[in-house]
Design a protein around this ligand. Structure first.
Ligand code: LMR
Length: 397
């Protein structure tokens, strides 16, 4: 039979946790696995701004015909403004353009194929550690994947080691940087660190690919864009992958964009012709609904205000959960050991717990997190912080 020789591969380590968690009948289980925001009721709500925009679309949309290869034009302009800033010189000079993609992962996949096909011979450098799909996605596109250090064995950001390795990267290679809310660690670079990275990128003529999946979840919508805007202003060429999964709560609608910044409008058109060609062979044309929702929100001052308030509410709740967890660990004598949870940014915390401790947390306490020790802080139930701290203390001592 044709399929006889086909074996089984392990399931996705992050998505697999969603299934395990769903099957667990423990009344006090914790879902700190996949990066999904949850409210005080443990639900991942549809933002009110999204509901309003969807209603508007239902009332006014007249067709479901295909959108173009680069997606919805209004979406492309508005997402570029959100990422690069409304007054961006790049947008004004037609040096930046967005291609709508199915989620941030689609944007990464489009970048990977673009690099493989249009920039042959370039290696891709990832932080160690990084989001596991970064590893497999670039490798599957046939690219050589290498790593620069990011977090040391002491679970601290090691900028010096990062800079030292980046200084040795072959000229012209691609370096993937997390704009903010580093996944999986939650450790972000300071503005000074970013300037040093920029200097090396410039010296070695590297092509930065900036993954921007959590705009608004670190320090705020504008603040989180600081490094992206710095690189876009200072360098002639930058690739940015943007995701609307988290900040618009549109996870399953798959909304993202690959924003290309090029030296001039003519070159941008060349690059975009390649992207349209690659996208046509990957997914033909992108799904419309989620991007139409985003365009409706960002294109309407009132809706945008409602939405940015909702993003800020999610951001500040995560910050409170971080502080609350460290506080809840204090009676166990663990506040200092886990103080980094309070200092990290975004949905995730590299807790420093090892794979065995994570396993014990799951088996003894029904606390689900990725075996690397990554916890999705955004999934914590604020009313049960003491219980979570007790479980962590149990496996830590
Ligand atoms: C995560 O890292 O948990 C999220 O980015 C969701 C995903 O697709 O893995």
């Amino acid at each position: 039979m044709h399929f006889d020789a086909i074996g089984r591969v392990p399931g996705d380590p992050i998505l697999g946790l969603m299934d395990l968690y769903a099957q667990d009948t423990h009344p006090n289980k914790f879902d700190l696995g996949v990066g999904v925001y949850k409210d005080d009721q443990g639900l991942t709500p549809i933002p009110h701004s999204v509901k309003l925009a969807e209603q508007r679309l239902v009332d006014t949309q007249t067709t479901k015909t295909y959108i173009g290869g680069h997606g919805d034009v209004a979406f492309g302009r508005l997402i570029s403004e959100l990422v690069l800033g409304p007054d961006s010189t790049l947008i004004r000079e037609h040096r930046a353009g967005a291609t709508q993609t199915p989620g941030g992962t689609g944007a990464l996949r489009l970048s990977a194929d673009f690099i493989a096909q249009a920039l042959p011979g370039r290696g891709v450098w990832l932080s160690n550690p990084t989001w596991p799909i970064h590893e497999t996605l670039f490798a599957k596109a046939g690219l050589k994947v290498s790593h620069y250090p990011y977090v040391g064995t002491d679970n601290r950001l090691d900028v010096q080691a990062m800079l030292a390795t980046l200084s040795t990267v072959p000229m012209g290679d691609v370096v993937l940087l997390h704009a903010c809310c580093h996944n999986p660690t939650g450790f972000d670079l300071s503005q000074d660190d970013w300037r040093q990275v920029l200097q090396i990128v410039r010296e070695r003529q590297l092509l930065p690919l900036i993954d921007f999946a959590y705009q608004g979840f670190g320090d705020g919508l504008e603040q989180d864009a600081w490094a992206v805007r710095l690189f876009a202003a200072e360098l002639p060429e930058v690739l940015i992958t943007s995701s609307c999964s988290k900040n618009f709560g549109l996870y399953r609608d798959r909304v993202g964009a690959l924003i290309v910044c090029a030296a001039d409008a003519e070159k941008l058109t060349d690059v975009r012709s390649q992207l349209a060609n690659i996208a046509r062979n990957l997914w033909s044309t992108p799904p419309d609904h989620g991007a139409a929702v985003v365009a409706t929100i960002l294109g309407d001052a009132e809706l945008k205000k409602v939405w940015s308030g909702e993003v800020e509410a999610m951001r500040s709740r995560i910050a409170q959960l971080r502080a609350g967890l460290v506080e809840a660990l204090a009676p166990h004598g663990l506040a200092e050991r886990f103080a980094h949870i309070g200092a990290q940014r975004g949905m995730f915390s590299y807790t420093g717990l090892n794979a065995e401790q994570v396993k014990q947390l799951r088996e003894k306490h029904s606390v689900y997190m990725v075996s690397s020790g990554r916890a999705s802080v955004a999934g914590i139930d604020a009313t049960r912080l003491a219980l979570l701290a007790e479980a962590i203390a149990d496996v830590s001592n």
